[in-house]
Every structure is written in structure tokens, then in C-alpha cells.
Design a protein around this ligand. Structure first.
Ligand SMILES: Cc1cc2nc3c(=O)[nH]c(=O)nc-3n(C[C@H](O)[C@H](O)[C@H](O)COP(=O)(O)O)c2cc1C
Length: 195
């Protein structure tokens, strides 16, 4: 698919058909997730990829939900994690020199930014594979439950989850944000030369 077509087509897909996602698609999506940029090439990203019974286990583990039962039944769930320690360690190296590992140096949390970039690669690759996907938040109160259930180290912070599957072509539900809000005209947000 043309890149511009991938960008144009990408939207959050919240309902999936029962068709499984091929192993090739899952592997390509996850390989692409690791092709994003990261500050200092810290690569403080990790991913839990869940399919089959593990998706059910994920759904049973979380108590706070921002998506419907349709989305919970996706064939694939990917949970992306930010690993702040990887950044603090990397920037304590001689070429960066923040040996005190203080978080005060960081203008914004680059670990989350880089994980967000990986998420967009996942969403775009899903489109390129002819699939649909939605990114949704996970409540902070679920972090420990999730880590305990799946054996994830305490250093890893889940920044949300991505459900992936074959698009059931459900209409955007009436209450959903894109149904109630317009996309801003681009010159409201993009300023050339002067604000
Ligand atoms: C950081 C972030 C958090 C989001 N959280 C949720 C969520 O919890 N549940 C959900 O259904 N959609 C969630 N979305 C999807 C947005 O609602 C969606 O991207 C927005 O309405 C624009 O629609 P589109 O992505 O289909 O163009 C989230 C998106 C982002 C970027």
C-alpha cells in the first residue's frame, strides 16, 4: 500500500471479525515496532503480544476499561511498555554524562515519547497488512495486576494497549469522538514562520 494511503486510511478500529490474524502479519507488525527512533538509541521499549487464551486472560485481569466488549475480543492485543531505567542508564554513559540519573534533566519523558512512536508504527503497519487496530489507555490502578499476571518486570510501565484484528466495518458509534468532533483545519495547528 502507498504510504499516503496508509496514513489516510488509519483510524481506530474497535470491532473485529472472528478471522484470525496471520502469524506473518503479527511478526511484521512487531518487527516494524522496533524500527522507530529512540533518544540516545536507548531502545527502552518492550511489548507483550497476546493471542488466543492470553487475550481472555488480559481481559480478565484489567478492572478499568475504556473500550467495549467488542474490542476486548480482538484476536491480538499488544501491550507496549516504556522502560525509563533504560534511558537513565543510557544517558549516564560518558557521551551523555547525566551520571546522577536524575529525571530533572529530561525536558519531557522521552521514554514515553519513543514508545508512542512505536505505537504509531504498529497502527500503520496493521493498516498496511489490511487490518484494523485501536490504541486504548490502561488505568494506572491496573499496572501492577497486569505485570503480576504476565510476569512483566516492575521497571516496565504499560502505556496502554493495542487491539488488532480484521476490521468488522462497524460504523463509528454515535458517541465516539470522531463522530462528534471535526478534524481541525491544518492551518489552525500548523504555523509557518510565525505563530
Ligand atoms: C493517547 C491516546 C489515548 C487513547 N485512548 C483511547 C481509549 O482509551 N479508548 C478508545 O476507544 N480510544 C482511545 N484513543 C483513540 C482516540 O479516541 C482517537 O485516536 C481519536 O478519536 C481520533 O480518531 P482516529 O484515531 O480514528 O482518527 C486514544 C488515542 C490516543 C492517541
Amino acid at each position: 500500500m502507498e504510504f499516503q494511503e496508509v496514513v489516510r486510511r488509519r483510524r481506530m478500529v474497535r470491532k473485529f471479525t472472528g478471522e484470525p490474524v496471520s502469524e506473518d502479519s503479527v511478526r511484521r507488525i512487531m518487527r516494524n515496532a522496533l524500527r522507530g527512533p529512540s533518544a540516545g538509541f536507548s531502545q527502552g521499549q518492550a511489548f507483550l503480544v497476546l493471542q488466543g487464551d492470553d487475550v481472555r486472560r488480559f481481559a480478565d485481569t484489567l478492572e478499568s476499561w475504556t473500550v467495549s466488549e467488542d474490542t476486548k475480543a480482538a484476536p491480538v492485543i499488544v501491550v507496549p511498555f516504556s522502560v525509563k531505567d533504560a534511558y537513565l542508564d543510557r544517558y549516564a554513559e560518558p557521551d551523555k554524562g547525566w551520571t546522577d540519573r536524575s529525571e530533572d534533566h529530561w525536558p519531557v519523558p522521552f521514554w514515553h515519547i519513543d514508545t508512542g512512536m512505536a505505537v504509531l508504527l504498529i497502527l500503520q503497519t496493521a493498516v498496511d497488512e489490511g487490518l484494523g487496530a485501536v490504541y486504548f489507555g490502561i488505568g494506572r490502578e491496573d499496572f501492577d495486576r497486569l505485570r503480576t499476571e504476565f510476569g512483566v518486570p516492575a521497571t516496565h510501565e504499560p502505556i496502554g494497549a493495542i487491539a488488532i484484528g480484521h476490521d468488522a466495518d462497524a460504523p463509528i458509534s454515535a458517541g465516539a469522538s470522531p463522530a462528534t468532533r471535526r478534524r481541525k483545519p491544518w492551518n489552525e495547528s500548523v504555523h509557518f514562520g510565525q505563530w
